[in-house]
Ligand binder design. Sequence first.
Ligand code: NAD
Length: 494
Amino acid sequence: MSVTQDVTLGETRMLIDGELVEATSGRTFANVNPATEETIGQVADGAAVEMDRAIAAARRAFDETDWSTNHAFRKRCLEQLQEALESEREQFRAELVAEAGTPVVVTYMAQLDWPLADGLLWPAKQIEQFAWERELPPSSLAGMNSRRLVWKEAIGVVGAIVPWNYPFEVLIGKLGPILATGNTVVVKPAPDTPWNATRVGRLIAEKTDIPPGVVNIVTSADHLVGELLTLDPRVDLISFTGSTVTGKRIMEKGAATLKRVFLELGGKSAAIILDDADFASTVPAGMSVCMHAGQGCAMQTRMLLPRSRYDEGVELITAAMRQVPWGDPTDPSMFMGPLISARQHERVTGLIRTGIEEGAKLVVGGPDRPAGQDKGFFVEPTLFVDVDNAMTIAQEEIFGPVLAVIPYDDDDDAVRIANDSRYGLSGAVHGSPERAMSVARRVRTGSLSVNNSLWYGADSPYGGYKTSGLGRQNGIEGFEQYLETKAVSFPVQP
Ligand code: NAD
């Protein structure tokens, strides 16, 4: 593994109507490396004028070209894009490490290589396999003999709003099904991680036949430029991944034009360790909450341990959290790098302080800047035990490397605690297979892993119950959410 690519070559330009462009104002904003706090380069600071042009281009490409109906062409374009992305895989890797502060090891998983493997190709395959049309039984209502068909059609213009934690994965997870289903799109990357998206934009412009306007990428330091997507009547659907607070605002702003919304939001997932689980292989895995400094919505940030084996469990997870390798994200031995920004650092350390104030027992880490670490937005792997599920650190999404261990009495109590959350995104159950599966059925979340297995993949629907979101990314459910349904009748020939 190495990240020796020159990371000062990030693409500064946006993609609007097939052209790679700077902002009309000439303004740019800084892309900051969160591990060093150094500016690694600039990117165009788009404004309302660019967003307006991008939306107009996406509308025109949808309304006036055959993009939405030409299946073979779309498939070819997605395959071209796949090839183009693969040709710059190592540049993506280096850039993601530099701008997201993600440890290089994570780029060999969900941060880059996993979504690159099937994020475009699986939806591309569906273009040929999906049932775009089905026939209903004939009808003879009111003496009229009719044949009836159901057609699936692209929705139109999608506004895709992407977060900074897994920016490439989320971008590809949106572009694949959005384009395969025949929609056009305006992407608004997160201001903290713009370069992976502008690189995708350049590759689309230079190495694919994707027509002008089908994909537009508008970078901006101003979140409210993204909000224009939610207000504009020319946009049909918003596909958003990020915080629950912003997700609610998007629904509210989109209500005026009755926007379709797909929202993938926050989580506070629980790992339930049953009393017949193999503790040695499951409890230490709780340190995975530190991967990419805990900046993942599906992280299992609450660990539920049975009182009957509580001390044994606490001992195992304490040892594991103490051993998490963290530091320079370019170092392949690191599992955890910095948080994304000073703002997130303040938020995460504030929540750790709240945990201490509310009486949770701090065993590893804490809110103070780690010794000898005067640059970078680092916090230490942090473990709280004896946590009450009503405490702030058990209810709030912290988005940092913080694990809360909560004791429970029996299986019913474990299920009750796991479900006592306004979120419902993911989680895990560990124990004897039959019992673990039966507990898994009772947990109200959009995904669950039993005994260290992985549900991940472009074919696997991912999303949340409750305030963790609406709709699903990936899978056939994710594909269909970018489609409208039209029922059509015509007379039966005599
Ligand atoms: P955010 O939700 O504010 O930002 C995510 C994206 O939404 C960014 O591209 C941002 O520019 C855009 N955005 C912000 N306000 C908008 C608006 N009014 N209209 C349209 N787009 C808007 O996330 P954040 O503030 O960067 O992070 C705060 C918290 O969000 C984190 O601590 C974490 O809890 C959560 N988060 C969750 C996920 C996830 O995958 N579920 C991802 C990132 C952040």
